[in-house]
Design a protein around this ligand. Sequence first.
Ligand SMILES: Cc1cc2nc3c(=O)[nH]c(=O)nc-3n(C[C@H](O)[C@H](O)[C@H](O)COP(=O)(O)O)c2cc1C
Length: 191
Amino acid sequence: MEIKDIIMQRRTIRLFEQKPVPETEIRNMLDCARTSSCASNLQQLRFIVIQDLELVKEVFQHTAWANLVKPRRTPEWGVTAPQCFIAVIVDTNANPTIHADAGAAIQSMQIMAWSKGIGCCWLGSVKRDKLKIILELPQNKQVLYLLAVGYPAESPISEDISIDQPVYYYLDDENRLHVPKINLDDLTRWR
Ligand SMILES: Cc1cc2nc3c(=O)[nH]c(=O)nc-3n(C[C@H](O)[C@H](O)[C@H](O)COP(=O)(O)O)c2cc1C
């Protein structure tokens, strides 16, 4: 697949098949994360791969999914839940640019995964205080984001919209997730 197709066709996945993601695929994703752009090349992100199912279950309990279409894109443990999480760990006093570093790394992981038929959900609505305990983080570290990873059990699609249309994602009558994206010309000025 062309790189543009991989990037444009990737959609957030929130319902997963119940089969494990091979370690080689996770390692490929992490290789892409660690070589992504970051401010001053400081490389301050750390990663925890959570694949032990007992631990995945514990972490899963402290996540929130697709608020706009709740509860139909909230995965169910043992039925549609992710098989793995990658936790992005940062210093509690990190510079705000760490969010940009994390964004670059997470997008790289998502693209790598998608190219192999693997879906992800970038999770910012997580209970960081609980995760800190579960993952036994030292006082000066915290989970910035989680990335849920697994084989997709849904097929969301994007649709181009104009800048004055609603951007809210929604489910159609067949329970398919639609993700509106503002078209290029409405977003861009060329000078
Ligand atoms: C910073 C950030 C935080 C997010 N947090 C959540 C979250 O907590 N739960 C969730 O279901 N999706 C979360 N998402 C996924 C977005 O809802 C999703 O990217 C958006 O709806 C666009 O869909 P797309 O990724 O398919 O383009 C997050 C995305 C970003 C970039």
